[in-house]
Design a protein around this ligand. Structure first.
Ligand code: 2P0
Length: 337
């Protein structure tokens, strides 16, 4: 914006993040408050770039995703998010939103994390909301829970906040912040075994898991221990323990879904083939640990120096799927217009 704060347009970029301790389950759907803390690494690949321009004459928001007008649920979620920004800023104007993803959308590759982190940063500036990084993380959370973590680069923890508070206190208590880490030199090898959109949205799958899975509460309780142990391992630079905890936390999350009624299964045959390759790497003495999200794709945590070897093994197992090597990436930020 050229008018010193209450700008009329802004562009922001954000990267996806991959959770090593997963977010799976809300305690408040409207405020997007999670049941457990989660911890992630923001990537240096697959950025989303989003421009928001105020349109004072327009009667409705216009949203263009990857060059196509948004409709249905995608449009509704973005308009609801803009309504929240308008309410906070006390500015009624509609907006034109244009967003470009470099990652397949809805394939469990965290497109909603980079998407809503970039939208939060761009919309806050365009509407003249002056927010700290913590405030931007809370705002991004309202669009998509995992987006709260993509506001920050590197490793970030998203606090669930304390349950049983009033709405205002609960909202204030749930945000992400950077996690201190020792020298890890980590890489995440991303194996895209299927780039198609998921059959069940993570929002619906989470709800079903919390409501019907007998394994949900035990996993949530163990996830709290996983977080404590992982924070300690990150601080002392112990990538092996970080990897082991990440893999068990992810498999446990998928177990909660498999036990839901009816079951939610994101893991595909190709997923298991890649998991076999990761196990073989470990038998060969290479540190490699897998994590999977709301889709069949596999992300393999390893040492940067061994990432090429891991990527080669994963590429062979992924049977034609694309394989990308990511490192820790930057937090969401404004770009010059
Ligand atoms: C995560 N996932 O921690 C977990 C692990 C997928 C599996 O956050 O409903 O798009 O918008 O808050 O953040 C995917 O769910 O869900 C997700 P909403 P979101 O990364």
């Amino acid at each position: 914006g050229a008018d010193g704060g209450a700008g009329t347009g802004a562009v922001a970029v954000a990267h996806p993040n991959i959770a090593l301790i997963k977010y799976w389950g809300k305690r408040d759907e409207h405020l997007v408050l999670p049941r457990t803390d989660s911890l992630s690494m923001t990537l240096d690949i697959f950025p989303t770039t989003t421009r928001v321009r105020l349109a004072p004459e327009a009667g409705r928001d216009v949203v263009v995703l990857g060059g196509r007008p948004a409709e249905g649920e995608a449009l509704r979620r973005i308009v609801t998010f803009l309504d929240l920004v308008r309410h906070s800023a006390r500015v009624p104007h509609r907006a034109v939103v244009e967003s470009h993803n470099t990652v397949p959308t809805g394939a469990g590759l965290a497109s909603s994390a980079s998407g809503f982190a970039a939208l939060a940063v761009a919309a806050a500036r365009a509407y003249g909301l002056s927010l700290t990084a913590t405030g931007l993380s809370r705002l991004a959370r309202r669009g998509s829970g995992s987006a709260s973590r993509s506001v920050f680069g590197g490793f970030a923890v998203w606090h669930a906040g304390r349950p049983g508070q009033d709405t205002k206190a609960a909202d204030l208590g749930s945000y992400a912040e950077p996690v201190p880490v020792a020298d890890l030199d980590p890489a995440l090898v991303v194996a895209v075994v299927d780039a198609g959109p998921k059959a069940v949205s993570s929002r619906a799958a989470m709800r079903r898991t919390v409501d019907t899975s007998p394994l949900y509460e035990p996993w949530a309780a163990s996830s709290r221990d996983d977080l404590t142990q992982m924070r300690a391992a990150l601080l002392r630079g112990d990538l092996q323990v970080v990897g082991e905890i990440a893999e068990r936390n992810a498999l446990g999350m998928h177990a909660t879904m498999l036990a839901a009624r009816p079951a939610v299964r994101y893991l595909a045959p190709a997923t298991l083939t890649v998991l076999d390759a990761v196990a073989q790497l470990r038998r060969d003495g290479v540190g490699a640990w897998a994590t999977m999200d709301a889709g069949p794709n596999v992300k393999v945590l390893c040492r940067r120096l061994e990432a090429d070897r891991v990527a080669a093994a994963v590429r062979e197992a992924a049977a034609g799927g694309a394989v990308h090597i990511a490192g820790p990436g930057p937090g969401a930020r404004l770009l010059p217009e």
